[in-house]
Design a protein around this ligand. Structure first.
Ligand SMILES: C[S@@+](CC[C@H](N)C(=O)[O-])C[C@H]1O[C@@H](n2cnc3c(N)ncnc32)[C@H](O)[C@@H]1O
Length: 201
């Protein structure tokens, strides 16, 4: 059996099919359409930083966190070119909280769903809650198990009930809707767009 490549290896080998080199339209639609107070934002598993850069352009103070130094170097170069200021932090979010907490808004595009074990989804959600201020919001874009891909490769997929079970102890779910990743190839993977607010009790 072939060993699954780590994210660090995937960036080294340029094997990053999720990259679109622009902010995901799901993030833009969300922030443009809802009252997310402009404040401190964190992009968990930010990759090469396009979503961070867009958020910074909207006035957020943005931290991007990722395992891959290669991805973060590219993110820094893109931010410099876009003339926006972001903090890019290399680290394992599951081991140590990124600097800059508490955040008003957390975003992840395909980071929460990378963990394959329910206990780890649960722990990820608990860690997101730990770094958010009271009533802080989290938008997560998550591969959707309702899509039958056959042999096609694609992102990990979760069911609605798996998401709910992992996040509900820490977050109220404001909406859980179907959508598609902003993607360069067709068909774009089916996703869950999960908008949550941190519980205060
Ligand atoms: C599917 S990629 C998505 C990257 C980026 N969000 C995008 O949309 O282009 C998942 C990202 O999460 C990062 N990641 C996975 N586990 C992580 C962890 N424990 N801490 C920080 N980053 C992590 C990976 O290095 C990778 O860049």
């Amino acid at each position: 059996m072939t060993k699954k490549k780590s994210f660090v290896e995937r960036y080294q080998e340029n094997d990053t099919p999720w990259e679109i080199n622009r902010p995901d339209h799901n993030l833009i639609d969300f922030v443009s359409g809802l009252p997310v107070p402009v404040g401190a934002a964190i992009d968990l598993g930010c990759g090469t930083g396009d979503n961070c850069i867009w958020l910074a352009g909207q006035g957020f103070r943005v931290t991007g966190c990722d395992l891959s130094e290669i991805a973060l170097d590219q993110a820094r170069a893109k931010a410099e070119q876009a003339k926006v200021r972001c903090t890019f932090y290399q680290g394992d979010f599951m081991q140590s909280p990124p600097p800059g907490a508490p955040f008003t808004f957390a975003f992840d595009r395909g980071c929460f769903h990378t963990f394959e074990v329910p206990a780890v989804w649960h722990r990820f959600a608990s860690r997101v809650a730990d770094i958010l201020e009271d009533n802080g919001q989290w938008l997560s874009l998550i591969g959707n198990k309702d899509e039958d891909r056959g042999d096609r490769e694609g992102p990990p997929q979760l069911s609605a009930s798996q998401i709910i079970e992992a996040v509900e102890p820490f977050f109220e779910i404001i909406s859980l809707t179907r959508g598609h990743f902003d993607f360069d190839r067709s068909p774009a993977p089916l996703i869950w767009i999960c908008h949550m607010r941190k519980r205060t009790i």
